[in-house]
Design a protein around this ligand. Structure first.
Ligand SMILES: [Zn+2]
Length: 95
């Protein structure tokens, strides 16, 4: 999915469906309070930006192409990382 607005809409839909099911199954009250609102907002945020990161922090991105996905940055030796996106090998400590 490339359109960020669609991604946000899908996250809201998924959380809404989960909430409706929880209400229908009797796990959740129809009354909403501040704690429920916080929980819903955090659930949407987690879907958009999962807590288990699949991207490295910007300072550890590939210096050549900026790749950040962990699947594309693989330790080649004890101190060198190879970027499978552009093919370079770099020392993440050398910056
Ligand atoms: Zn790269």
């Amino acid at each position: 999915m490339t359109n960020p607005e669609l991604k946000v809409a899908d996250a809201i839909r998924e959380v809404t469906v989960a909430m409706q099911k929880a209400i229908a199954d009797g796990y959740r009250s129809r009354m909403i309070d501040a704690d429920d609102l916080v929980e819903v907002l955090l659930a949407i945020a987690d879907r958009l930006d999962p807590p288990v990161a699949e991207s490295v922090a910007p300072e550890f991105a590939c210096p050549e192409c900026g790749e950040r996905h962990i699947d594309h940055l693989v330790w080649e030796t004890d101190d060198l990382i190879r970027c499978s996106a552009c093919g370079i090998t770099f020392d993440p400590a050398a910056r």
